[in-house]
Design a protein around this ligand. Structure first.
Ligand SMILES: Cc1cc2nc3c(=O)[nH]c(=O)nc-3n(C[C@H](O)[C@H](O)[C@H](O)COP(=O)(O)OP(=O)(O)OC[C@H]3O[C@@H](n4cnc5c(N)ncnc54)[C@H](O)[C@@H]3O)c2cc1C
Length: 413
């Protein structure tokens, strides 16, 4: 329960970031309303990893059983040559911590946060779009598209990478543009029944580890979920100049994906021939921002609106959970929101910037792991500046304890 007074908080967007924040804030006794422009929860659901640096946090929040029920322990990443499936390299990051790497699906994870937020009495209002936010020293204000104005102590803009609220938070002097990366992801889902029907895909049901198939210019990532009886595949292709300028669409061009992956080993070709449709994400990345909050600290960017990153490190959502852990611990401790946002950024901006850099280089760094050192994780000293995917770097990423870091910062104040 809150040590400082409960705060009236408005959250803009019911994606993973908004609903995770709504859950945690209501759990701590704050009063939360979420506005979401969609008419209901998003049901699109590709595969998503909840990394060990974050499974620890959600377990401490009491969500362990709910997330475990929809997740499989995905303890290693296997890198295969695209053409013949030969194993090139295997990475086992979970060795750095007792906490698991979980693999699940986005729609299921969203539902866990939503249902638990509702149980805690968060109000989630669908079909309502926010057009603008502003603040003074004492309050923040939200203007809905309907013309109605709402007041709150704190506003969290979790409206995604293409945020229209971002500029209101940052002010006119800090103009930012999201960067569009030269890759497009296509996601497919195939059921267990369909995998078992074909001799080439049967074996994919045998474990829940993440597999990456590499080839010059493209790659595929896949994971089977025994708990959910589905295989999620992500197919990365170079973006095409002629491509639809929309950054996300529910139906991508599955024929195009089949063609690009026609030189991959049989299981991949079979997955694509079984899948009836795919969605399409043009990858985006936010430049590193010098701040995620407004002058008085009453307007805050959270999630992809603050730090959309390439998905190759599978850390975008995980970093947001760390952000929420740190922010809510500070909100418990201090009543001055400007002070809270300053300390929050001091702790979070450098970590997220380094993880974004890792995401940008994750593919190149995939074979860096020094296996000998991985066998003795206890001897590894975490080092944010170490080479990406080296044991010291992996220990810094995956065994990180956000709560412990902020407790030390608070103790030193
Ligand atoms: C292919 C892919 C794979 C990924 N895999 C992983 C992974 O394995 N692990 C991981 O940690 N991360 C992963 N990520 C990153 C992760 O998915 C994102 O960081 C996360 O989903 C961002 O959530 P969000 O809530 O910030 O934004 P969004 O999901 O974009 O949600 C924003 C919400 O705000 C709503 N909204 C927007 N504007 C308004 C408005 N004006 N008023 C009201 N509502 C509004 C939208 O409708 C939407 O529901 C992956 C990303 C991609 C693209």
């Amino acid at each position: 329960m809150v040590k400082t007074a409960p705060r009236r908080t408005i959250i803009i967007g019911a994606g993973l970031s908004g609903l995770a924040a709504a859950f945690r804030l209501t759990q701590l006794g704050h009063n939360v309303t979420v506005f979401e422009r969609r008419s209901g929860l998003s049901t699109t659901g590709g595969t998503i990893m909840v990394r060990s640096n974050v499974s620890k946090i959600v377990k401490a929040w009491g969500l362990g059983p709910d997330i475990e029920a929809i997740s499989d322990v995905s303890s290693s990443g296997i890198y295969r040559r695209a053409e013949d499936g030969e194993v090139l390299h295997e990475r086992v990051p979970a060795k750095y911590t007792e906490h698991p790497d979980w693999g699940t699906f986005r729609d299921k994870l969203l539902k866990v946060f939503y249902e638990n937020a509702i149980t805690n009495h968060a109000e989630v209002r669908f079909g309502i779009s926010v057009s603008r936010v502003w603040e003074d020293e004492y309050k923040s204000f939200v203007l809905l598209d309907s013309g109605e104005t709402m007041e709150a102590d704190l506003v969290l803009a979790t409206d995604g990478g293409l945020s229209r609220i971002r500029q209101c938070v940052l002010g006119e002097d800090l103009q930012v543009q999201i960067r569009v990366a030269p890759m497009t992801f296509h996601q497919v889902t195939v059921s267990r029944k369909e995998l078992l029907e074909h001799p080439f895909t049967k074996h994919l049901t045998e474990n829940s580890n993440l597999t990456v198939w590499f080839r010059q210019g493209s790659y595929a990532v896949g994971r089977y979920s025994p708990k959910l009886d589905r295989f999620g595949g992500i197919f990365a292709v170079p973006a095409d100049e002629e491509e639809n300028p929309k950054l996300w669409e529910e139906s991508g061009n599955i024929e195009h994906v089949r063609e690009v992956f026609s030189n991959y080993e049989e299981p991949i070709r079979q997955i694509l021939s079984t899948a009836r449709s795919c969605d399409r994400w043009r990858l985006t990345e936010m430049p590193d921002l010098p701040t995620w909050s407004s002058t008085h600290g009453r307007l805050v960017l959270l999630g992809d609106s603050a730090h959309a990153m390439l998905p190759d490190a599978a850390q975008g959502f995980s970093q947001t959970i760390e952000d929420i852990e740190v922010l809510t611990l500070l909100l418990e401790q201090y009543s001055d929101l400007k002070y809270v946002s300053e300390i929050w950024e001091e702790v979070r901006l450098p970590r997220v910037a380094r993880i974004k850099e890792f995401a940008l280089n994750a593919k190149k760094a995939a074979s860096n792991t020094n296996k000998a050192a991985e066998d003795q994780p206890a001897a590894v000293v975490p080092d944010r500046n170490a080479e990406f995917n080296s044991p010291a770097f992996n220990a810094w990423v995956y065994a990180y304890d956000a709560g412990e870091e902020i407790a030390q910062v608070i103790a030193g104040q």
